[in-house]
Write a protein that binds this ligand. Sequence first.
Ligand code: PEP
Ligand code: MG
Length: 604
Amino acid sequence: MKTEPKPRSKKPTKEAVFRGIAVSPGIAIGPIHDTSEVATDVPRRVITPAEVEAEREKLNQAAATARKQVTKLKTRLNILPEEAQEELAPLLDAYILMLGNSRLLRGARKRIGDAGLGAETAVLDEAEEIAALILATKDDDKAGLLRRAGEVREIGRRLIRTLTATPFRSLKDVPQGAILIAEEITPADAALLDPARIAGVATEEGGADGHTAIMLRALGIPAVLGCHGLTEAASRGDQAVLDGGTGKVVLHPGEAALVAAREGLAGYARERTKLGKLRRLPAETTDGEVVELQANLEIPAELPLIAQAGAQGIGLLRSEFLFMNRPELPDEDAQFDAYRSIVEAMAGDAVTIRVLDWGGEKDMEALGQGVPAHTGPNPALGLRGIRLLLKRPELLEEQFAAILRVSARGPVRVMLPMITIPEEVAQAREIYERVARRLRRRGEALPEKLPPLGAMIETPGAALTADAIALEADFFAIGTNDLAMYTLAVDRAETDVAHLYDPLHPAVLRLVQFATEAALRMRMQVSVCGEMAGNPRLVPLLLGLGLRSLSMNASAIPRVKQAIRVLDIDDCARFARRVMEQSDPARIRELVAAFGNDKAKPIS
Ligand code: PEP
Ligand code: MG
């Protein structure tokens, strides 16, 4: 299975346009690299007779999962051109049949018992045998035989991927300049992508403000998520054009599409040069109101980008990267080294380190030990963020210790994710102070005043009780990504409900306003660090609500600064009042768009 290229199925080779969610701007022109076609290089595994039943059950589960995935793909075919639907529907039907009570699955189940093979090894052997039998059939339609054998192997690969939960580590082998396509890319996979190598990314699944999208934006990789039908229609090596600004992928582009894409690429380069000129200019409104612009950091590879963007520190360091793609938890020293290099690189600008926000969609291998992989049927409402840390205080203690030690090397702030009640901040502070006392006893030189301990306001509960939480926390950072998700009951990473995910929904804006006003009344620092903060069109609204500190993906800073420099703060306040009177999200969007057209003048 590993050596033979996947035979091309009967896929259309005419220009075809696919639309998805535009999550990371930029244009890519290049060959497709479909990760699902990666050779499944799994080690052969043998099992004992006692393991046979469990192994068969694993196989059943994998088949059920794969069947669900393919069925979901099929339900989405209707958005493709009719011709493509006619080509692909029978192929997907064949896949669904093969994932039922097929010869492939029966044979694999038998091999598990008879030959004592691990499920993935049994699938590999059975798929190979069936493919070989098909190819040996006497038939003049050689292309047809090749295609059928390819389909069996494809299903084998799909099952093996599910069985071994293969992360996309083979992303290292992606050819230079390729457009990576996959059904789904997890945040942990995205952390492994090399932006110097990968021209663009398109996936079938994903939402605009999920962590995968955030990671792709942070890496500056043009990306389109939720692009239905693409993986089935494309084959490795096919030419494509991807526009991460409009959410369009053109497969087999014709001359006109290629010319437009090249022009778009040149336009982006010109804009980057222009925006670069803003680096040293202050983020100040025309009437002299200064706004603090900080960067969010997902992985240390972003540090040079942050420096280039002229960020005034890091407003959100998502520490999850330290826990991803590794079999064991990072200890205090490993965390200290990682934070130290970031704090030192920021050379005196503050770094706000958010303690581990595990849970929900951010599944991490290292935490698998001792922490359930998925906390119950509804992980986003489960043991996520501070809840997990208070339940496993040793995790929090280690992280606090590493951060406190680093605070002797430069200005640091500490932030708690997923707060819903003041008591969580109080409990975390108790641990924080206990850890500081222990470190001092150990002879560590900590600053006399401990770094501020702040709370993320990212649940409706926290926003509506922000005044009470403000009594316990030293600062607030409003996480509009989760705030929108929890307020609207819309999973931020789920394609099917992406149209309902709307940070401009008045319910979300009212919560942002409530939390901001609570902080301002108490003269407490408050920032927005969700994806909203990086959208230049939303700057007038956020400033009008009273916010003066925004933290965002580094590449957004120049555009946001450009927007700020043409604004008048009284205009913003009037505009925000007008927006807050509205109850219809569509009307709010109209107002925002209209204000943006007036004010966002190009830089000279
Ligand atoms: C948020 O929820 O808005 C936020 C900034 O946190 P994250 O995106 O890491 O969940
Ligand atoms: Mg969040």
